[in-house]
Write a protein that binds this ligand. Structure first.
Ligand code: PLP
Length: 401
């Protein structure tokens, strides 16, 4: 293990602050390190392996494809692309898709498409509105649209033509709106921002203004998509149908793939040569994506929603008992935020859980974030709640918050 840590420090650019655990295998919601120690994974690798580690049906689909062919350029027809596109349209809305390799790439493509369509309709219609607290990726264009200063600092000059609106702030949205706006980027529930849902009033305002100002409504479904919030896509929790959605993470259950779905009217503005990706929509990624969509369609949503109800009940019991430490529970399907009182730093909770063999995440200001694989059962939810209760108990006894 010392060698692994030393080699990582010597050979890898230090962009990540890594927990010194080397994970080597996994199945369902369990992962194992190189010593054979077992961890309950309540992160899905930040919302990726929603359908469980080493999912047999998804792995088999990738293996079958690997033995046939893995790559040809997008200058030819790749049959899996249309098959996957049709499955995604059936789960969301009718439209056309572009495939890429990650969430940031999907948002880049959506931005380019929104600008092409905007400028073709009205030269100068290129401004984008995004929300404070949002997260859209780490490329220059996507940090430019990310409403959190910490991700943008040091990389200026950023992409011009992006303005930020306070989270769920209808009046600021109205003030900053104009004919030059080509798109509004939204997350149904902000993930990195701290598990914060859009309000129905804000959604209604976006919808009303879009009719007047002819901008595109783009939902970034990279974290909320593919069952995570208890619906196929996060926007389906609200009374709105977007013009475009972007997705990645769970779409390959660990195999890299991203996608943009656009309504046909928007897709009609695009022409050959405007955008491309060498690896986007390759055979293996599409095989993984098709298998993921089949898993999603196999009664997964009702399971997610019943686990979600149970999780909320248990978390509310904990909140009742430790009301000074838990400020609020926010849960959408299996996208879970437990906002802790600032007196109890979330990094201590994450560390305490890790010591008990549980992987958890943090987000926003002081939010314990859980994105468990959909394979978890009530037994693991009980186990997590017991361990969290122990931590809260110890903290409330030893501290004078
Ligand atoms: N958009 C959202 C909402 C995300 O949560 C993320 C990643 O966490 C991204 C975009 C970026 O995705 P990727 O890391 O695949 O580029």
């Amino acid at each position: 293990m010392k060698d692994l840590i030393r080699n990582s420090a010597e050979f890898l650019i230090p962009f990540y602050s890594r927990t010194p655990i080397a994970i080597v295998s996994g199945h369902d919601h369990w992962v194992y390190d190189e010593r054979g120690d077992k961890y309950l994974d309540l992160t899905s690798g930040i919302g990726v392996t929603g359908f469980g580690h080493s999912n047999r049906r998804i792995n088999d689909a990738i293996k079958r494809q690997l033995d046939k062919i893995s790559h040809i350029s997008n200058l030819f027809i790749i049959p899996g692309q249309a098959e996957l596109a049709e499955k995604i349209c059936n789960a969301a809305f009718p439209g056309k898709l572009f495939f890429c390799n990650s969430g940031a790439e999907a948002n880049e493509a959506a931005l380019k498409m929104a600008r092409i369509r905007g400028i073709k309709r009205n030269p100068g219609k290129s401004r984008v509105l995004s929300l404070s607290g949002s997260f859209h990726g780490r490329t220059i264009a996507t940090i430019s649209m990310t409403g959190q200063e910490k991700y943008r600092r040091g990389f200026e000059p950023l992409l011009p033509g992006v303005d930020f609106i306070g989270f769920n702030d209808e009046s600021e949205l109205e003030k900053k709106m104009g004919d030059d706006v080509c798109a509004v980027f939204l997350e149904a529930v902000q993930g990195e921002g701290g598990i914060n849902p859009l309000s129905s009033a804000f959604i209604k305002k976006v919808r009303d203004l879009s009719k007047k100002f002819d901008f595109l409504i783009i939902f970034d479904e990279v974290q909320t998509g593919l069952g995570r919030t208890g619906r196929n896509f996060g926007y389906q929790n609200f009374d709105i149908v977007p013009d475009m959605i972007t997705m990645a993470k769970a779409l390959g259950n660990g195999f890299p793939i991203g996608a943009v779905l656009a309504v046909k009217d928007v897709a009609a503005f695009m022409e050959a040569g405007m955008h491309a990706s060498t690896f986007g929509g390759n055979f293996l990624a599409c095989a993984a994506g098709c298998a993921v969509m089949d898993e999603l369609n196999s009664g997964m949503l009702s399971m997610i929603n019943s686990l979600s109800e149970y999780f909320l009940k248990k978390l509310e019991e904990l909140k009742g008992k430790y009301k000074d430490l838990i400020k609020e529970n926010r849960i959408f399907g299996l996208m879970i935020g437990i906002e802790l009182n600032p007196a109890y730093p979330v990094k201590d909770a994450v560390k305490g859980l890790l010591d008990s063999g549980i992987l958890a995440l943090r987000a926003g200001e002081n939010v314990l974030r859980l994105l468990p694989p959909f394979t978890i059962t009530r037994k693991e939810i009980d186990y997590f709640c017991e361990k969290l209760a122990l931590l809260l108990e110890t903290y409330s006894v030893t501290s004078k918050y």
